[in-house]
Design a protein around this ligand. Structure first.
Ligand code: IMP
Length: 421
């Protein structure tokens, strides 16, 4: 299939990085279309851990060209650090990384604004990477864009425009244009060889039949419109965000939706199936559930199949990838969320107060004791694990295409549907 997407179906951290890493071996182009340094995609090339924040995971595959499309926000200082780290690990990026000239730029002002907002009563629990303020400035038409980094006058104008509007929110902490100008220009000089019109590169790639992978960051429930608003990120994380984020009308042939076999969330906001007892702590410890970007402990709970079914429907998911199935080994009976008490709608509430009040209705399924981390085919899984997967597939109504039982590349294997019998 020429175009594929990998998208998170929960609140991020579903294990997308590893799957993208496996699939990139057969891809010509890997494209990030939303988000920025708030992502933390952990991969283990040659057994050694690396966490990518801005860079598409395809940078770890020498045959893959990587696009950072215009829907992204870019913190140039952090991106340069990441480029240096990836190159030092033996993956040269010249000619393999293209950054959109229209992508939004996070400046020190945006980082301060994120920090100020998070210090207040209405905090969202952001990653403090300046994501919200950078997107807000784009839509307020006072944003800084990558193209501005390449031209001193354009950059001065853009920074002056932004500061003029935002200074009143910042008081004494507002940075001056001059304090930001020089370092940003220097970063622009270093990034210049990578800057391009990525929409055009993608259009040509698709026309020539190249294999393209769209790498989602965060997850569906963090989508700025469809997620648990206002406890969301500031970008479009659903498949509908791909065309606008790339600046190109396109369709995606295969949309792989990734979900953990349970569920996690970082930051504030509702999480109906959250476990606040010792089972939640056990999931956190066994699953190593600590944020890849911020190190924060993740909130843990049972998988919410009702929410998954809705998200798959609106995001056009064609296959499910179930990750971290091994973490459920030894848990005894397992619960899966199949609805909410008193909620008879097919979708999820738009109103956050109603969402926060949802109490899950569970179906209990038998667990398994065996260590499954060495399993490499769906048919080798214990009978109860197979039944668990079948229940997920039938409830959500989307076939399972990938199962993952450990952090290594080989621990994720393909299947055509949940194993029978
Ligand atoms: P922001 O994207 O930093 O503005 O944070 C907004 C919300 O999205 C917060 O709850 C963050 O914890 C969450 N978030 C942002 N990026 C990720 C991610 O990559 N994984 C999980 N949660 C994320």
């Amino acid at each position: 299939m020429p175009t594929t997407a990998i998208l998170g179906l929960q609140w991020g951290d579903e294990g997308k990085g590893k799957l993208v890493d496996s699939l990139c071996a057969d891809m010509d182009l890997c494209v990030r279309f939303q988000g920025g340094g708030n992502a933390g995609h952990t991969v283990y090339p040659e057994g050694k851990k690396i966490v990518l924040h801005h860079l598409p995971t395809g940078v770890l595959h020498k045959g893959c060209v990587n696009l950072m499309a215009q829907g992204m926000v870019i913190d140039p200082a952090r991106l340069l650090d990441e480029i240096a780290e990836v190159e030092a690990r033996g993956y040269p990026l010249k000619g393999r990384l293209q950054i959109s000239d229209r992508a939004a730029v996070t400046t020190p002002m945006h980082l301060s604004l994120d920090g100020l907002r998070e210090a207040g009563a209405d905090k969202v629990g952001t990653t403090k990477r300046g994501i919200g303020p950078t997107y807000a400035d784009r839509y307020d038409r006072i944003g800084v864009r990558v193209a501005d980094l390449l031209d001193a006058k354009a950059l001065r104008d853009a920074l002056s425009r932004a500061i003029a509007v935002r200074a009143c929110q910042m008081g004494d902490s507002a940075p001056t244009v001059d304090s930001m100008l020089k370092p940003l220009l220097e970063q622009g000089r270093k990034l210049a060889p990578y800057v391009a019109d990525t929409a055009l590169i993608l259009a040509e790639g698709i026309q020539e039949g190249r294999r393209v992978l769209f790498e989602g960051a965060q997850g569906a429930m963090l989508d700025v419109i469809q997620g648990t608003y206002p406890f969301v990120t500031s970008s479009h994380t659903l498949a509908g965000g791909i065309p606008a984020g790339c600046g190109l009308y396109l369709t995606v042939d295969d949309i792989i939706g990734v979900t953990k076999a349970y569920c996690t969330r970082v930051g504030e906001g509702p999480f109906p199936t959250e476990l606040l007892d010792k089972s939640g702590e056990e999931l956190r410890q066994k699953g190593g559930e600590f944020g890849a970007t911020t190190g924060r402990p993740r909130r843990c709970g049972w998988i919410d199949l009702f929410a998954l079914r809705y998200i798959c429907r609106i995001s056009g998911v064609t296959r499910l990838a179930i990750t971290k199935l091994d973490v459920l080994s030894g848990f005894g009976d397992l619960k899966v969320g199949v609805g909410y008490e008193g909620w008879n709608e097919p979708g999820l509430p738009a109103d956050i107060a109603r969402f926060s009040a949802l109490k899950p209705v569970y179906k209990t399924l038998p667990g398994w004791k065996d260590n499954i981390s060495q399993v490499r085919a769906a048919g080798e899984l214990p009978k109860t694990a197979r039944a668990y997967l079948r229940f997920v597939e039938e409830f959500v109504g989307v076939p399972i295409g990938i199962i993952s039982v450990g952090p290594e590349r080989e621990a994720a294997f393909f299947t055509s549907g949940a194993p029978r019998g």
